[in-house]
Design a binder for this molecule. Structure first.
Ligand code: NAD
Length: 360
């Protein structure tokens, strides 16, 4: 039976993976993230499984391969945290779960938006204290307002549909506009200028890093609501904080944060060292921060487990790897696995075998 070193385990991961394993894999669950220091835990394993905030750098890649592990199953969609060039050089195949529930993420974005515009988080805190005053809780109708959606892939399109369901006008921006969506595509300048709500659904790439910065915030409507369920690095957090404190941004719903890997997914309430920007953001009444939980539904967890097992089954049986990404695929502006120039008829990107020690 193949042995799987499973890093960054949470109780909810274990429940879905144990339920769907069907005795196929000997899963060794570790609470620690996959780091160079944690590599010895993977000794004797055939595959490793990691999550969204692991830093899969060259040292980790080479350490896995040195232990005989040739496949890394990322149980997430985003992959900006993987050094794909190192993986290619070392001969490590990387697979991922490209979609587990776009509904989960889009609905979480909608939950953040509704909570912010109707002050639900503040109302809930008040009534818990038996304070039933409505002062300061005036919201606004979403109906008739404009939502600007950046990235119209699986999640962005569903979020667009939710906004349309509220009676909102939807403007869209995508580096690769898709006419089949029927959405009104505009340039970013127009999207910033005309939107009452801006929601980010594009991947974190060099060209999208800080797509929301002081300059783009200055072009947005005063009082705009910003929702980010995509990746923290899309937003310059200090510029957002300044815009929130100045009133230029009316509210922000953040499921992701650019330095989240030091904080998210764990109870850090006893840590005395603080991240100043994050501390200030969470203290604002018009900001809701959730801990990268948009994916966390029963349906998504089941899909993550079943797709990860399917990826590993395909790898070990020599079949096509539908969800493989390599440094060429990942370097493209969007995942184009099927078009990877290195992909052969086998359906694999086929990383080269690692060089034997001492050879050039
Ligand atoms: P997707 O690949 O289906 O869609 C991404 C879209 O972004 C595509 O339409 C693509 O063309 C577009 N895009 C690429 N480069 C762009 C650019 N420079 N500017 C604007 N658009 C660009 O991905 P998806 O499944 O819709 O996921 C979107 C993002 O959501 C992921 O990249 C991931 O970072 C994030 N995500 C977050 C969670 C969470 O729990 N918070 C869960 C899953 C995914």
């Amino acid at each position: 039976m193949k042995k799987l070193a499973f890093f960054d385990t949470k109780p909810y991961d274990r429940e879905s993976f144990d339920r769907l394993n069907g005795g196929r894999y000997d899963i060794r669950y570790f609470e620690t993230r996959l780091t160079a220091a944690a590599l010895p835990l993977a000794d004797g394993c055939d595959a490793a499984c990691a999550f969204v905030n692991a830093e899969i750098d060259r040292a980790v890649v080479e350490g896995l391969v040195a232990r005989g592990i040739k496949v890394l199953a990322m149980r997430c969609a985003g992959y900006n945290n993987v050094d794909f060039k190192a993986a290619w050089d070392a001969g490590l195949t990387v697979v991922r779960v490209p979609a587990y529930s776009p509904y989960a993420v889009a609905e979480h974005a909608a939950a953040l938006l509704l909570s912010l515009v109707r002050h639900i988080h503040r109302a809930a805190a008040r009534t818990r204290d038996f304070n039933f005053s409505l002062a300061g809780l005036t919201g606004f109708d979403l109906h008739g307002k404009t939502a600007g959606i950046v990235g119209t892939g699986k999640i962005g399109r569903i979020f667009a549909g939710i906004c349309q369901g509220f009676g909102m006008r939807v403007l869209a921006y995508d580096a690769f506009p898709n006419p089949a969506t029927g959405l009104e595509y505009v340039d970013l300048g127009r999207l910033w200028a005309e939107s009452d709500v801006v929601s980010l659904h594009c991947p974190l790439l060099p060209e999208t890093r800080h797509i929301v910065d002081a300059a783009s915030l200055a072009r947005m409507k005063r009082g705009v609501v910003l929702v980010n369920t995509s990746r923290g690095g899309l937003v310059d957090s200090d510029a957002l904080l300044a815009a929130l404190r100045d009133g230029a941004v009316g509210a922000a719903g953040l499921d992701v944060y650019e330095e989240e890997s030091d904080w998210f997914y764990e109870d850090r309430s006893d840590v005395t060292r603080q991240n100043k920007t994050l501390s200030l953001l969470v203290s604002l009444p018009n900001v809701i921060v959730t801990s990268h939980q948009a994916f966390l539904t029963r349906e998504a967890l089941a899909n993550i487990a079943s797709t990860t097992f399917a990826n590993l089954d395909a790898y070990f049986s020599g079949g096509p790897l539908e969800n493989e990404i390599c440094y060429r695929c990942s370097g493209a502006a969007r995942p184009v696995n099927a078009d990877c120039p290195r992909r052969a008829a086998s359906g694999r990107c086929r990383p080269p075998r690692p060089r034997a020690a001492g050879t050039v």
